[in-house]
Structure formats: structure tokens, C-alpha cells
Design a protein around this ligand. Structure first.
Ligand code: GLN
Length: 534
């Protein structure tokens, strides 16, 4: 069958949850047997979000193929249980870069290079690549930003052209808007939706389906009004009412018949019903935990929860797997000192030290590791968190008080964490870290092996610095063992302290691979250890 393309646009305001609606629709189609992928087009000029501070745009999500991407790709993977790749996230910066590269090579044969058609052609090419090369039945393309923004215009124009080229049966526009409730008037207001549909129409795009975010149930009259004023069929007005968990949204969309409507419009069979049994079981466990488990995340981006999105979702999945509700408290590492650590981390049954870069908040992370190690509190250190675990151990157990990572102290006499050889001549910041999936071999007598239940694993990375193998022996003699190595380069990827009840540091990012249907084994075991901690 020809690939069907669904475009998801947003109006009225940002942050309405286009990513979750896209992932939910994709989930429902996938559950009916269709192969589906989702793509995010981001209208900013960065080539990728890898150079963005997490406060700008939330967490940077890393794919198997080492692409640094928007955090929505994390939702796509967690919902669909599939891998995404570089092709699933394209920014305006990337589009312009390829067009300008082609221009420099003379590939436009003397033509004037313009937004239309050259930029729009490049956008259309990137959208269709997922269909033509990867042969998905359905490609859902989420257009970042809000319609009416100057920077979204070329994308909307590309959608307009593609709709014409692909035909109505092979393409569809889902537009997500907000229906605000005015408490003073006691009324839900549809005008912003009407205006944002008008904006789309001004750009030549008539949406087929409207998804309306709302705090209150819409009622038939509002649906009828929106359908009439926005030229869509009545069953194409879909209500998306606020829910307590993003994982509820697929069921909500199913109840609203979004998948049914979309299949009808795309002329696809809806005979096969969506098999959502496992999902429903997950939700049931999510809503009926048998206990609560307090875990503290120590990191420096704690005032924006999106900065640690994949970690908090991995805890949610692992909680469900253990029938417990993980109450994740975020503690700003800049605030943690020897004096207040007991007060700040006191009731934690598990401590996670988060990934990160640079000196700010570093010393608080070291204090948190020490607190976990000395008080036998289950500990998971991820990336910089693992590096901090090694540095803390070197300082306080090996007695190398000036031990450090050369990222923070280039002159340290004990560089227990040091720049990788391959990184020494790198000057550009963008896309140059050790990125993406690498294999790792675990020792069989380790907590990690017990979690994964296998020796050979593969995990995703995003770092420049690495445990310095010259210190492995000294660390091991005093009780910190490197138990996971990259089989080709011999880089140490996992450390553990066998004398501690559960202490694991990983150079990679397990959180990127935790999904609803496959909670990550390290998080599952970590939460279990935390539950067992009296
Ligand atoms: N800053 C450290 C490095 O580059 C850790 C990176 C991270 O935590 N993702 O090696």
C-alpha cells in the first residue's frame, strides 16, 4: 500500500501536547497492525538540540544512531516501543544547511535559491524519506511551533504542497488547539480555535480533524459549532480533556474515535480492532500501586522537570513493574552541602545522580554520592553521575583528595575521569560527543548482570569523558569494581560497589530505552532495591 502521511499542527498556544497526541494516535494505529513512525519538524535554526541548554527546550533525547533530538522522540519511543533515528527529527537549521551545502556544490545549476521551492522541497523530501526508504504504512509528522509563527510558514507551505501531490486519500491534517474555559463567564470559548483554523486556511491548508484541548467536557453544541465554523465533519471534532497521566491519552483518543476517523479519511481498513490489552493492564497497575517509594534525583536542572524527562518516565515504568508509585523528588545539586545533605536527602530510599556538564552543581553531586555510599542507600549514577561516583570514591576511599575529572579541573594530579582519546582533537561542540548505541559486556557476578539477565548489552551514550583505566586496579582493591566494558575499545562503562547493598554507576543512559512495554531492567532493579531499603 502507498504510505499515508498524517500532519499534526498546533494552534492558539504551544505546549498543548502535540507530541502526546501524535504518539497516542500512532499507538492506536500500531495496535491495529499498521507499521507507524513519527517525525518531528522543529522550526528553530540549531542544526539539532544537542547544543541547547535543557532550560531552553527540555532534555536532549539520543537515538540508537546517535542523533541528538527533541524530547518528543522519547515519547514516540516510549509509546510505540520502536526505535527512532536522525530522520525522525529535522530542524530548520538542518534543512538550511543541506540546501546551502548543495548551493555551494553548484547543484542548483545557476538557479536563484529560495525558500519556495528549495527549502520547501527539502522539507518535503525529508518528510517522504520515512515513507519511501523505510516503507512505513503511516508516517505522522508533527510540525513544531504554532501556526501563524513566521518560522513555521515554510513547513505549512510544504504540507499544503504535499496534500496536493499525495491526494486527499493519502494525507491528512490533524490540528490541535485549545478551547479555554472562562470562569468569569462560565463558558468554554471556541473563538481561538476558529482563528487558528483561519490562519491555517490563509496558508492554504484546510485541517481534516480538530483535536481540542480542554479542561471541561465540550458537549454537543460546542462540537457542532466548531465543526460548522471550521468546515470539518462532526465526528472530526475530537475532545482531548486534561487527564492525570499522558499514558491515558491513547485510551481517551480511542474513546473519542480518533483512530476510527483517521482510518476512514485515509481509506484504510478499520476492521482489525486496536489491541490495547497490555496498555490497559499497565494503566491499571499505574493507578493501583501497592506502595510508595521515595527516590531523590540530584541534578542541576531541577526547576524544569522536562530536563529529566526520560529519567522520570523510566521511574514511572519501573514503579509500575514493581507495583509501587515512585515519588521522585528533584533536589538541586547546587544547594547540596555536607551540612544539609541529611536534611535534603534524608528520607530517600534511593538516590540518583543525574547526567550533566560543567562545574555548576558538581560538588553537591559528590556530596550526594558520598551520602548514598556511606549510608548504604541504593544508588544509581548516570553518565556524569557515574563519573561523580568514581571521583567521590577516589577522593574519600582511595584518599586522593584532589582526584577529579579533567572536564572540571584540567590540572588535577589524579585524572580519574579523563577526556577520551578520540575527543582530544575535537573543536566543534555540535554533534561531536560519543553518541548513540555501543555494546557493553557485563561480568556475570554483578548487579547489572542480575538486572539485564544477559552478558551482552547495548546502550546509548552522550559524553566526552571516560573512566581512566589507569585507576581501575586501585579502585578495585578498595572495593569499586568496573564490571562492564566496551568489547572493542575496553572503555569502562559500568562500576559497582559489591559491599554496598545496591550501588551502580553507568557511563551510558539507560533511561532512553525504557518504554511502557519494556521498562528498563536497571531502573526496575534500582526501584526494587529502594523498596527493600527499610
Ligand atoms: N560531562 C560529562 C562528559 O561529557 C558527562 C556527560 C553526561 O552526563 N551526559 O563526559
Amino acid at each position: 500500500m502507498a504510505t499515508k502521511y498524517i500532519f499534526v499542527t498546533g494552534g492558539v498556544t504551544s505546549s498543548l501536547g502535540k507530541g502526546i497526541i501524535s504518539a497516542s494516535l500512532a499507538k492506536l494505529l500500531q495496535a491495529r497492525g499498521y507499521s507507524v513512525t513519527i517525525q518531528k519538524l522543529d522550526p528553530y535554526l540549531n542544526v539539532d538540540p544537542g547544543t541547547l541548554n535543557p532550560y531552553e527546550h527540555g532534555e536532549c533525547y539520543v537515538t540508537e544512531d546517535g542523533a541528538e533530538t527533541d524530547l518528543d522522540l522519547g515519547h514516540y519511543e516510549r509509546f510505540l516501543n520502536i526505535h527512532t533515528a536522525q530522520a525522525n527529527n529535522v530542524t530548520t537549521g538542518r534543512i538550511y544547511r543541506s540546501v546551502i551545502d548543495k548551493e555551494r556544490k553548484g547543484e542548483y545549476l545557476g538557479k536563484t535559491v529560495q525558500v519556495i521551492p528549495h527549502i520547501t522541497d527539502e522539507i518535503k523530501y525529508r518528510i517522504q524519506l520515512l515513507g519511501t526508504r523505510h516503507k512505513f504504512d503511516v508516517v505522522i509528522t508533527e510540525i513544531g511551533g504554532t501556526v501563524g509563527d513566521i518560522e513555521s510558514l515554510p513547513y505549512v507551505e510544504a504540507v499544503r504542497q504535499l496534500r496536493y501531490e499525495l491526494g486527499a486519500e493519502n494525507s491528512l491534517v490533524v490540528h490541535l488547539t485549545l478551547v479555554p474555559y472562562l470562569a468569569a463567564a462560565g463558558e468554554l470559548k471556541t473563538k481561538p480555535t476558529q482563528h487558528s483554523v483561519k490562519t491555517l486556511l490563509e496558508n492554504g491548508v484546510q485541517p481534516d480533524v480538530l483535536v481540542l484541548r480542554t479542561e471541561k467536557s465540550l458537549g454537543q453544541e460546542i462540537r457542532r459549532k466548531v465543526a460548522q465554523f471550521c468546515n470539518v465533519e462532526k465526528d472530526c471534532v475530537i475532545e482531548s480533556i486534561d487527564v492525570s497521566s499522558i499514558y491515558e491519552v491513547p485510551m481517551l483518543m480511542q474513546k473519542e474515535g480518533l483512530d476510527q476517523t483517521v482510518l476512514r479519511k485515509l481509506n484504510l481498513s478499520s476492521e482489525q480492532s486496536a489491541k490495547m490489552d497490555e496498555w490497559v493492564e499497565f494503566l491499571d497497575k499505574l493507578h493501583h500501586p501497592e506502595s510508595e517509594t521515595d527516590i531523590v534525583l540530584v541534578g542541576k536542572y531541577t526547576s524544569l522537570p522536562d530536563a529529566y524527562k526520560s529519567i522520570s518516565e523510566a521511574f514511572l515504568h519501573a514503579g509500575v513493574a514493581n507495583r509501587t508509585k515512585v515519588r521522585l523528588k528533584m533536589v538541586n545539586s547546587e544547594k547540596v552541602t555536607d551540612e544539609n545533605v541529611a536534611e535534603l536527602l534524608g528520607n530517600a530510599r534511593g538516590i540518583l545522580v543525574a547526567p550533566g556538564f560543567g562545574e555548576r552543581g558538581f560538588s553537591g553531586k559528590i556530596v550526594a554520592v558520598r551520602y548514598a555510599r556511606e549510608n548504604d542507600i541504593p544508588f544509581l549514577g548516570i553518565c556524569l553521575g557515574m563519573q561523580c561516583a568514581v571521583i567521590e570514591f577516589a577522593r574519600n576511599v582511595l584518599g586522593l583528595s584532589e582526584a577529579c575529572t579533567t572536564e572540571i579541573n584540567i590540572h588535577t594530579p589524579y585524572p580519574v575521569i579523563d577526556l577520551m582519546e578520540a575527543q582530544k582533537y575535537v573543536t566543534d561542540k555540535g554533534g561531536t560527543m560519543r553518541l548513540g548505541a555501543y555494546p557493553c559486556t557485563l561480568s556475570m557476578d554483578s548487579l547489572s548482570y542480575k538486572a539485564y539477565k544477559r552478558k551482552d548489552i547495548s546502550e546509548r551514550h552522550r559524553h566526552r569523558y571516560e573512566l581512566n583505566n589507569q585507576y581501575l586496579e586501585a579502585l578495585s582493591e578498595k572495593g569499586m569494581k568496573a564490571i562492564g566494558f566496551n568489547p572493542e575499545t575496553n572503555l569502562a562503562e559500568v562500576v559497582e560497589i559489591p559491599a554496598h547493598s545496591w550501588f551502580v554507576g553507568v557511563q551510558f543512559h539507560p533511561e532512553y530505552k525504557s518504554t511502557v512495554l519494556n521498562p528498563h531492567p536497571l531502573f526496575v532493579e534500582f526501584v526494587k532495591a529502594a523498596m527493600n531499603k527499610a
